[in-house]
Design a protein around this ligand. Structure first.
Ligand code: AMP
Ligand code: AMP
Length: 341
């Protein structure tokens, strides 16, 4: 039988690295954390890494990749990979890589992403191809905006053009998407689909804690006006959430449809952790505005497991650990190539 002792689990030190590395250790793997110089402390303090490789900048990843390959390290992608290395370059990763690389292209391109989700019969906010068609509250999202920073809202074409003035001509603000703004509560659903077991699991839910969107309610409407506050959505952290139990059947069904639809997009389809990100309105419609085809940071509150993984596993099961278990079972049953992409 192939042995997990012949492999290591490696990831970049940020985003969800703590739970990925801890989960890998709990499953019996040796772990490697690739850190930016000066940012090693959490990985040392929480003792999740058997080895730390320090580089000046995450985009120097390719300079140390040879070492990872030599040592049979399996690289686990997360949000910082695309943010710091870039979606294009992620495709060039030569080390063993958990998850389907091809799918990243579908999640990072809004038009493709929309096609995928529509095919999976997911409810999406309306999009406007030109500001002149705006006839409801909308959110304007600049391409490549990091963590929701710099988005703005408008109600009419006139308002759009007035507010856009501020961004005109600024780098990174030429391209944007205009989406219907759904008034409701944000709900992020965490899934895990294993090709080894063929089962889709609901791992948990979170809501984001965004600055300043989540602080505006702390001051009176008059003060908001007087100070001229604009809503922004800079992510600062995540809070755990459970949803109405009666919504769970549809949550499962949505995940299953997304996995099914992905099989038409890339060879083998989507597998591993993924997340549907959206808003539930007062009529309980769940509008999804984004899919992440990898582990999301909203799973971080559940290093010791979520209420849902507790139901299923009866042992602490984070998404990071679930992923390591998938790899472990794959190795031990000689199917490792099934979880690599
Ligand atoms: P970081 O490593 O914290 O710089 O994050 C890398 C990427 O992941 C950035 O694009 C962030 O916006 C995104 N990100 C980081 N933390 C979170 C979080 N808690 N929730 C959602 N997105 C996040
Ligand atoms: P995104 O960069 O698409 O993940 O969006 C960042 C944040 O903007 C989300 O976490 C939501 O709080 C908010 N948001 C994005 N799209 C919408 C929408 N269509 N309706 C309501 N809120 C939204």
């Amino acid at each position: 039988m192939a042995d997990i002792k012949d492999y290591k689990i490696a990831t970049l030190g940020s985003h969800t690295a703590l739970q990925i590395l801890k989960g890998a250790k709990d499953e019996g793997f040796k772990t490697v954390c690739i850190c930016e110089k000066g940012r090693e402390k959490p990985y040392i303090s929480y003792d999740v890494a058997d080895e730390i490789i320090s580089i000046n900048n995450f985009n120097e990843y390719f300079e140390i990749e040879e070492k990872l390959i030599k040592e049979n390290s399996i690289v686990i992608p997360h949000g910082s990979f695309v943010a710091y290395i870039g979606a294009e370059k992620v495709k060039n990763i030569k080390a063993m890589h958990y998850g389907a690389k091809g799918i990243l292209e579908w999640e990072s391109n809004r038009t493709k992403e929309r096609r995928w989700l529509l095919d999976a019969k997911i409810k999406l906010p309306k999009v406007f191809s030109t500001p002149d068609d705006i006839d409801c509250p909308v959110i304007i999202k600049f391409h490549g905006a990091k963590g929701g920073k710099g988005y703005f809202l408008a109600n009419t074409p006139k308002e759009f053009y007035e507010r856009y003035e501020e961004y005109k001509g600024k780098e990174g603000h030429e391209k944007y998407a205009i989406q219907e703004y759904i008034v409701g509560v944000p709900v992020y659903s965490h899934y895990f689909y294993s090709k080894i077991t063929g089962e889709l699991e609901v791992m948990g839910f979170d809501k984001r804690y965004e600055s300043n969107a989540d602080s505006i309610g702390r001051i009176a409407a008059k003060d908001q006006r007087d100070v001229g506050i604009r809503t922004t959505y800079t992510i600062a952290g995540n809070s755990p959430l459970v949803i109405r139990e009666s919504l769970l059947p549809e949550i499962f069904a949505m995940g299953e449809r997304v996995v099914e639809a992905s099989k038409k997009l890339v060879d083998g389809g989507l597998f591993g952790p993924f997340c549907l990100e959206g808003v539930i309105d007062p009529e309980l419609n769940y509008y999804v505005f984004e899919i992440s085809a990898r582990i999301v940071a909203g799973t971080n509150p559940y290093i010791n497991g979520s209420p849902y993984t507790w139901l299923k596993y009866n042992e602490p099961m984070s998404t990071g650990r679930r992923l390591a278990r998938d790899i472990k079972i794959a190795i031990e049953s000689n199917q490792l190539e099934k979880v690599l992409g």
